[in-house]
Design a protein around this ligand. Sequence first.
Ligand code: AMP
Length: 249
Amino acid sequence: MKIIVAVKRVVDYNVKVRVKGDGTGVDIASVKMSMNPFDEIAVEEAVRLKEKGVATEVIVVSAGVAQCQETLRTAMAIGADRGILVETDAELQPLAVAKLLKALVDKEQPGLIILGKQAIDDDANQTGQMLAALADLPQATFASKVEVSGDGVNVTREVDGGLETLSLSTPAVITTDLRLNEPRYVTLPNIMKAKKKPLVIFKPEDLDVDVTPRLKTLKVAEPAGRKAGVKVPDVATLVDKLRNEAKVI
Ligand code: AMP
């Protein structure tokens, strides 16, 4: 069984982004970029399935600028076998990415497609669901456990107040939650090996996909600053402030 994993290049989670002066977006020029953390978990899960002998090949796919090749190389250093970049400088929204992935799913015929539950830059949480709809495949989102058995897959999801286990037939789309696994550290020898793994580049036109944005961002603004706290001298003052100022008791 082949597995396709979608990996997005995003602003590193340690970077505090700044909103551009004109409010059209955030400034990502010269900030550190990394693989979306949920996608690292997705790659790790696919590689573990290959190590268990369940998967035969792990293909990582990224859509975006030429530098996404670095993200694909990192995924291959974790253990993916080959990479596909759909290269474009255009702004990509989840629907466009889902359409590109659908075209690659048609080409590669994987048994599983694993995505992160959300990209930490747009926080959309849409691409996996849209892909499942476009490709007419079963989906299990927010996976915290994945078990492939026969021609199906059982996925455990964390839901309010407990765990839910779904049984899906394959091919299927899965999106990863934080607790699915802990991705391994990439080692230098594996980084070197990854440089030699195959990586092919397509343009959206090669896949016959129109990536024109369908949504327009009207405005991006910093969150309102929080007022500074005050120190109170004793419990009586605290209770008084909670009752009369904050009006919470
Ligand atoms: P989103 O719906 O934007 O929150 O993204 C959910 C998941 O879709 C991510 O965790 C990735 O696995 C995948 N994804 C989104 N955008 C891209 C992209 N440009 N290239 C590859 N995968 C992507």
